[in-house]
Design a protein around this ligand. Structure first.
Ligand SMILES: *[C@@H]1O[C@H](CO)[C@@H](O)[C@H](O)[C@H]1NC(C)=O
Ligand SMILES: *[C@@H]1O[C@H](CO)[C@@H](O)[C@H](O)[C@H]1NC(C)=O
Ligand SMILES: *[C@@H]1O[C@H](CO)[C@@H](O)[C@H](O)[C@H]1NC(C)=O
Ligand SMILES: *[C@@H]1O[C@H](CO)[C@@H](O)[C@H](O)[C@H]1NC(C)=O
Ligand SMILES: *[C@@H]1O[C@H](CO)[C@@H](O)[C@H](O)[C@H]1NC(C)=O
Ligand SMILES: *[C@@H]1O[C@H](CO)[C@@H](O)[C@H](O)[C@H]1NC(C)=O
Ligand SMILES: *[C@@H]1O[C@H](CO)[C@@H](O)[C@H](O)[C@H]1NC(C)=O
Ligand SMILES: *[C@@H]1O[C@H](CO)[C@@H](O)[C@H](O)[C@H]1NC(C)=O
Ligand SMILES: *[C@@H]1O[C@H](CO)[C@@H](O)[C@H](O)[C@H]1NC(C)=O
Ligand SMILES: *[C@@H]1O[C@H](CO)[C@@H](O)[C@H](O)[C@H]1NC(C)=O
Ligand SMILES: *[C@@H]1O[C@H](CO)[C@@H](O)[C@H](O)[C@H]1NC(C)=O
Ligand SMILES: *[C@@H]1O[C@H](CO)[C@@H](O)[C@H](O)[C@H]1NC(C)=O
Length: 485
């Protein structure tokens, strides 16, 4: 949704040689020292990072009921009074060799339990809000999966939240993986392919966090810090919020003609949206002023004001009465259902999975901190472009019935990227990818970069097109260009 760290001493692990770089990793060896807490969690304290550790329960029996598939849920303390919720599922197939995938939802301030229970997790909650059904298209069919609620205050996470921007969020997520990979519980995954999959505000999180991880890897390589390298081998973002200027313009274009769905708003409304976009002190002028203001403190107000203005005068009328996450539905938003929220509020479920606070899907508090600094109005396209230019595997995709981060804006954003393959991408037509002869997406491939418009899907693509999403995920995992099967 989008509102508006123990391996044996001296063991050297060779990380997957992604992007042609291999980093040798020497981790110190300490046995995990488990203690059991009053709440029944097993607890491990980090020997490396102050005030950090893991508090977890294993094999709760909730959600993933496939025999012998391990799951672990609980909290990573990423600092004093900072409990970051995670839920890990082993791969249903070849868990000893399968990659390690992080799934993050957006917001800012929305829980990744959205993805787990509505999109690509092992189960779906039934209409009785009290039972679950296995999802045959779960992404843990082919990858180990970890879902994290960040920043603190989101979902089941709780404690002190100091995160007021995308940039400020990154170190806590990096620390979370340091603490996980330090423990015997998760150390084996440190050498796996690391896939970073995200959605929506993930258009900010993805480019920012991967860039930060790379910067930390460089500091590790040069000996300036002693930590575990986190080498992301693929980044995938669906219906992302990359560049607000481009995406605000795309609201008008989408409302004027949404490919496959037609004109969404009457001419007089379109005229008003156009005036609000291009008029003096309009949305485009304000967004440009925000970009020009850089990261100075005074930029916060400029960017915040731009976001407010564009939200009220461009996005809101463009969406009108449509469900902005799926224009095929009206504003009542019937699918995907919110049964899972009721399920996560059940005391027995909470106790079994080790959750310690009431679940909130998209609480206001973490969101408001981002809004105050104008983070929503800022662009992460330069960082995304640089990552694409580094030749890493990057996949940008979008369900074509989503309005809020619609595919026209996503596509215009990737076409605006400054990278070596720009011309080639511009000259590559979108062609249909089919599954058993049925078109599921219109795709473009240039080397390790791919774009896809997924047909008949809203914002949460895997919820609407689970089979296509799993097939696409498998092709990204295998580092293939998107192709028909
Ligand atoms: C694609 O990425 C792989 C590493 O995953 C790299 O070896 C290869 O050179 C890249 N391909 C191109 C065309 O850049
Ligand atoms: C494990 O932790 C306990 C309590 O913190 C401590 O007394 C004990 O020495 C630790 N054992 C090891 C092997 O580190
Ligand atoms: C941990 O805290 C101690 C005492 O405050 C400090 O001396 C040390 O540098 C800290 N270590 C790290 C890794 O932050
Ligand atoms: C689960 O693991 C147990 C013990 O290793 C084994 O006996 C059993 O056959 C496995 N069940 C399935 C369904 O793989
Ligand atoms: C919910 O499910 C549990 C078993 O999973 C059952 O014991 C309980 O009666 C159910 N509650 C309701 C209200 O259906
Ligand atoms: C996912 O894995 C499960 C268990 O291995 C299997 O039953 C199911 O058919 C798989 N789903 C797909 C779509 O391959
Ligand atoms: C921990 O965080 C909570 C929630 O923000 C806050 O109410 C509490 O005062 C914090 N406790 C400490 C010791 O900082
Ligand atoms: C976020 O908060 C920190 C600490 O309060 C502050 O130094 C920083 O300037 C804030 N970030 C922005 C973008 O305002
Ligand atoms: C267009 O904007 C004008 C001036 O703000 C307003 O009076 C009019 O009602 C708007 N028309 C529509 C269709 O929203
Ligand atoms: C929204 O859709 C539902 C289900 O199709 C329908 O009952 C309801 O009347 C619709 N509401 C509006 C405002 O169109
Ligand atoms: C990318 O290519 C297009 C079409 O050739 C061109 O208009 C645009 O300026 C290029 N953008 C960059 C950033 O190189
Ligand atoms: C691609 O698939 C779409 C959606 O089914 C269809 O409308 C279009 O005609 C197809 N294009 C080609 C070239 O087959």
């Amino acid at each position: 949704m989008f509102m508006r760290t123990l391996v044996r001493a001296g063991v050297t692990l060779l990380l997957a040689a992604s992007r042609g770089v291999s980093i040798s990793l020497v981790v110190s060896v300490v046995e995990d020292n488990h203690t059991t807490t009053e709440t029944g969690h097993l607890e491990i304290h980090s020997k490396v990072h102050n005030a950090t550790g893991i508090r977890y329960v294993k094999n709760s029996g909730i959600c993933e009921t496939t025999p012998n598939v391990t799951q672990i849920s609980g909290y990573i303390n990423v600092g004093t009074n900072m409990s970051m919720w995670f839920w890990f599922f082993e791969s249903r197939n070849s868990p000893e060799t399968a990659p390690f995938t992080l799934w993050l939802n957006g917001g800012p301030g929305c829980s990744s339990m959205i993805g787990l229970f509505q999109e690509n997790g092992p189960c779906l909650v039934n209409a009785d809000r009290n039972s679950t059904t296995l999802n045959p298209y779960s992404w843990n069919n082919l990858s180990n999966m970890i879902y994290i609620d960040q920043p603190i205050g989101t979902g089941f996470s709780y404690g002190t939240d100091t995160v007021n921007s995308t940039e400020a969020a990154a170190p806590f997520v990096w620390t979370a993986f340091q603490v996980l990979f330090e423990s015997q519980l998760f150390s084996k995954y440190a050498s796996r392919e690391f896939i970073f999959a995200t959605e929506s505000y993930g258009g900010h999180y993805g480019p920012s966090f991967v860039t930060y991880f790379d910067e930390q890897n460089a500091l590790i390589a040069s000996g300036e810090i002693d930590a575990v390298p986190i080498v992301v081998s693929a980044l995938m973002i669906n219906n992302g919020w990359y560049d607000p200027l481009i995406q605000d313009i795309a609201y008008l274009n989408f409302a004027t003609y949404a490919p496959g769905y037609g004109q969404l708003q009457p001419d007089d409304v379109l005229k008003n949206i156009s005036d609000s976009l291009y008029g003096p002190d309009g949305c485009v002028a304000q967004e440009n002023a925000c970009y020009a203001a850089g990261t100075s403190t005074h930029s916060n107000k400029i960017c915040r004001d731009a976001d407010n203005y564009c939200d009220v005068n461009v996005f809101t009328p463009a969406a009108g009465d449509y469900d902005s996450y799926d224009i095929r539905q009206n504003s009542s938003g019937l699918f995907p259902p919110e049964y899972y929220v009721h399920y996560l509020h059940k005391e027995d479920v909470m106790k079994k999975i080790g959750a310690q606070v009431k679940y909130e899907e998209c609480p206001d508090a973490p969101y408001e901190k981002f809004v105050k600094t104008g983070d929503v109005a800022r662009t992460w396209l330069p960082q995304l472009s640089a990552l694409v230019n580094s030749r890493m595997k990057i996949f940008i995709w979008a369900g074509d019935a989503d309005m809020v981060c619609n595919w026209l804006g996503g596509h215009a954003s990737v076409l605006a990227m400054d990278w070596y393959g720009n011309e080639t991408l511009h000259n590559t037509p979108l062609t249909n990818m089919t599954i058993d002869g049925k078109p599921v997406a219109a795709v473009q491939n240039v080397d390790n970069f791919s774009f896809a418009r997924v047909y008949g899907a809203g914002h949460e693509v895997p919820a609407f097109q689970p089979q296509a999403a799993l097939e696409i995920f498998s092709q990204v995992v295998r580092k293939e260009q998107l192709h028909s099967v």
